[in-house]
Design a protein around this ligand. Structure first.
Ligand SMILES: [Zn+2]
Length: 207
């Protein structure tokens, strides 16, 4: 329902990224509980013993099915979500004048981001996308938080690798680049990896 009423691509992206798997899981859970209770009403009831036997059997079946679905949602479903998220993020935005906007490259976009945004993008897992209407000059800036977003794990290949924490190894100064280390952990196989990123120096060289 929420997705049907949300038309903004960025809002849809955030909603799917944050909630879709959880909400599907809650839905499956309530459905399973409902179905097993319903199954209990169908069984002929002779004695208390049978009552508990049937309750136990339906409970077990519901649990097994639940575990299977939970695993599918956790490990296979993210690939499906990822595809949709990518499409939402890179579909051309439409300006108020009904023109297709253009997504700027990392180099081009810096002009439109203030210093705080640039620093945030250089350090930490934040990405800003800048869309521009080349005729009217209208811009739209969208913020993507990499910490909330799972990547593909090198070890098990599932879409379950997330940034665990980040550490500034070397702060950037006016003249020197800094270094940022990102530590990733896989939610499936527990694989850990780290990757070093350069934090651009604070002062731009005068052209
Ligand atoms: Zn893994």
């Amino acid at each position: 329902m929420k997705l049907v009423t949300t038309t903004d691509n960025k809002a849809r992206y955030d909603y799917i990224n944050m909630h879709e798997i959880n909400f599907l899981w809650y839905g499956v859970l309530s459905l399973l509980i409902g179905l097993s209770l319903y199954a209990n009403t169908l069984a002929p009831r002779q004695s208390w013993l049978w009552f508990f036997v049937i309750l136990f059997i339906t409970g077990m079946v519901a649990m097994i099915v639940g575990v299977i679905i939970q695993n599918i949602l956790k490990f296979y479903y993210p690939f499906f979500i990822e595809k949709r998220l990518r499409k939402l993020r890179y579909t051309a935005r439409i300006s108020p004048d009904n023109r297709k906007m253009k997504l700027l490259s990392e180099e081009e976009e810096d002009v439109y981001l203030d210093e705080g945004m640039q620093a945030e993008e250089n350090a930490f897992s934040v990405d800003y996308d800048v869309w521009i209407d080349e005729i009217s000059g209208f811009t739209k800036i969208e913020k993507y938080n990499g910490r909330l977003h799972a990547l593909q794990c090198d070890e098990c290949n599932y879409q379950t690798l997330k940034v665990d924490h980040e550490e500034v190894i070397q702060s950037a100064t006016d003249t020197e680049d800094g270094e940022l280390m990102k530590y990733y952990a896989c939610g499936y196989c527990g694989h850990k990896q780290r990757k070093s990123f350069t934090i651009a120096k604070l002062k731009m060289e005068e052209a």
